[in-house]
Design a protein around this ligand. Structure first.
Ligand SMILES: [Zn+2]
Length: 133
């Protein structure tokens, strides 16, 4: 396939979409495990209640952690987890693969590298230019 074509904007095929969905689900599981480990390792005696909270309530409890020092351990992973959740949501709603800024299709090649991106390459570049000034 010529590089030009690979970079073309188009809707994902069902097969591509399924593959991406599976990757997102796997990554979510992996991240979740890492987050639990980080919390358990980082939590001293005084935080055991938080560990239990996260075990019992999962995602919702992570929000509660925001106020605690433990949160800094998992902040980046939590962000990634949230963007994965959002991508999965968009898949469910059939909105996955559309650019949030211009509404056009995001290049499939781009989605395969970064499945949770929300903007096409052009819009992302524009955004980066304006925010770096
Ligand atoms: Zn765009």
């Amino acid at each position: 396939m010529p590089a030009r074509d690979k970079d073309k904007r188009r809707a994902l095929t069902e097969e591509e979409l399924n593959e991406i969905k599976n990757r997102l689900l796997l990554r979510k599981e992996e991240l979740w495990k890492e987050i639990m480990e980080d919390i358990e390792e980082g939590a001293g005696e005084e935080h055991q209640n938080l560990v239990q909270l996260v075990r019992d309530h999962g995602d919702d409890a992570l929000e509660e952690l925001r106020e605690s020092t433990l949160f800094s351990l998992i902040e980046l992973k939590h962000q990634e987890l949230q963007s994965i959740e959002q991508a999965l949501n968009r898949i469910e709603k059939g909105a996955y693969g559309r650019c949030q800024s211009c509404g056009g299709w995001i290049q499939p090649a781009r989605l395969q590298v970064m499945p949770h991106v929300v903007r096409c390459r052009n819009c992302q570049e524009k955004l980066e230019k304006t925010s770096s000034i």
